[in-house]
Each structure stands twice: as structure tokens, then as C-alpha cells.
Write a protein that binds this ligand. Structure first.
Ligand SMILES: [Zn+2]
Length: 248
């Protein structure tokens, strides 16, 4: 596939930034993160295919620009790589390319973030949710303290801490609550009650996943991606985690 080399694209970006009278600062130039359904079974297969230039993004950059709304305004610029970790079905850490497009009108950029990823989080969403479900199961079996429960899911292969999973529970519950109105159109959420404390929050996550048809934890989180796909397709947003443009 014909594609501009990185040096050309860097030059284009630099020129636009020089010419961009409307660009008043980095705030104006900031990145928009867009959930991207890769169509690959795993994020690693997607990463490899992008590196081999086997993924065709033309439908995205020939489509309507999500920033200025003009068709054909987007140009591809160099990707960056994110470190990603997933713990299931096996522990794996690697780099995943994030493809970027430049809005030529505003000089702002759009990052296509695979929708298994939550903005600003290294662990995948299915991993985060599955850990929370596991934790809730441990509470149910009589493990009372967060420290004890986290110790049960920490191995040499990950660097989970009480602080990390505590934040995940906040992020997951906030995301699911934010998506409640949208999810309710498709799923029966009448049984959802908001919980407090880690036990309450993990319980709320479990209730949401059950209601949204994600079955089988802790054995599998394989049904998480379809939920993320349908949510992102309808709303254009991430179910878990907040994109740059949605932050205050
Ligand atoms: Zn644009």
C-alpha cells in the first residue's frame, strides 16, 4: 500500500504547526483518542499486522474527520507505541502501535486506540475486569481484607498492588455508571445497585458484567470485547477509562 514515509509526515506536521495561526498552544493541539475496533482476535496479532503494514486504515482517514467534521481532511502521521500488559489467558507484556491521524484544519491529532485498551492504563480492560471479578469472588469466599485478596492474585508476572486494583475498581465503576443509560437500552440493569468500598465496587462490576451477558468469570473474560465493541460502536466512547478529550 502506498504510504508517505515518516520523514515526509513529520515535515508536514511541522509545517502545519508553523502555519497554524489558530493553534494557540498545546492545549489546542492536543490529541483525541478514539476507540478502534481492530477486527483482530488479539491485540498482539493487530500489533504485528500494523508493523507489517498489513492493516488498511484508508476507510478511517478517507472518512469524516472527528475533529472538524470535514471528509478527507485527515492525514496519517507516525504512530507511537504503548506498553500493554494482559494477564489472561497468559501473561504478556509488549508494545502496541497506536496509529495517529492529523486533522489538517486544526492541527490536532486523532489516536486510534484499540478498544481493548483503556486510555492511560497499561493493563487491558478484559484483564482489569477479570481481576476485579476474581477479587470479588475471593471476598465471597471469606477473604476479608483487600491486601489478602490482592496477594492471592499477584504473581511474579505482574506488578499489581492494592493501590492499582483499588484504582481499577474506581475506574471500572465510574465507566460502567457513565455508560448506564446507554447500556440500559440493550440490557436489563434493574438489579444494579451502587456499591461502596472495594467489596461493593467489585460487586457492582460483577453485577454489570452479568447483566451485560459477560458470563463465566473467573474462567474467562472472552466475552468482554463484544461488550466493548457494541458500546464503542454506538457511543464512540470508551466503556472503561476516559479519553483525553473527555477529561476536565
Ligand atoms: Zn479535520
Amino acid at each position: 500500500m502506498a504510504r508517505q514515509g515518516p520523514s515526509t509526515e513529520n515535515a508536514l506536521e511541522a509545517r502545519l504547526r508553523q502555519q497554524g495561526a489558530s493553534v494557540t498552544g498545546w492545549n489546542e493541539y492536543r490529541d483525541i483518542q478514539q476507540p478502534y475496533d481492530t477486527g483482530f482476535a488479539t491485540i498482539w496479532e493487530y500489533a504485528e499486522a500494523v508493523r507489517l503494514r498489513e492493516v488498511d486504515f484508508s476507510a478511517v482517514w478517507e472518512g469524516k474527520c472527528p475533529i472538524c467534521g470535514v471528509r478527507g481532511c485527515l492525514r496519517r502521521i507516525p504512530s507511537y507505541e504503548r506498553t500493554v500488559t494482559e494477564l489472561f489467558p497468559e501473561v504478556r507484556t509488549g508494545k502496541v502501535p497506536v496509529v495517529r491521524l492529523l486533522c489538517r484544519k486544526t492541527g490536532r491529532t486523532v489516536s486510534l486506540l484499540p478498544l481493548e485498551l483503556a486510555p492511560f492504563h497499561r493493563y487491558t480492560v478484559p484483564t482489569m475486569l477479570r481481576i476485579l471479578v476474581l477479587l470479588h469472588g475471593l471476598f465471597g469466599r471469606g477473604v476479608q481484607s483487600l491486601e489478602d485478596a490482592v496477594l492471592d492474585v499477584v504473581t511474579d508476572d505482574n506488578d499489581l498492588t492494592v493501590g492499582v486494583v483499588g484504582r481499577w475498581s474506581d475506574v471500572a465503576v465510574r465507566g460502567l455508571s457513565r455508560g448506564h443509560a446507554e447500556l440500559r437500552k440493550e440490557y436489563d440493569l434493574s438489579g444494579i445497585r451502587s456499591g461502596t468500598g472495594l467489596r461493593g465496587r467489585t460487586g457492582e462490576v460483577v453485577a454489570y458484567l452479568d447483566a451485560c451477558g459477560v458470563r463465566g468469570p473467573p474462567a474467562s473474560a472472552a466475552e468482554v470485547p463484544p461488550l466493548l465493541q457494541s458500546y464503542s460502536r454506538t457511543t464512540g466512547r470508551f466503556l472503561v477509562g476516559r479519553a483525553t478529550q473527555d477529561r476536565g
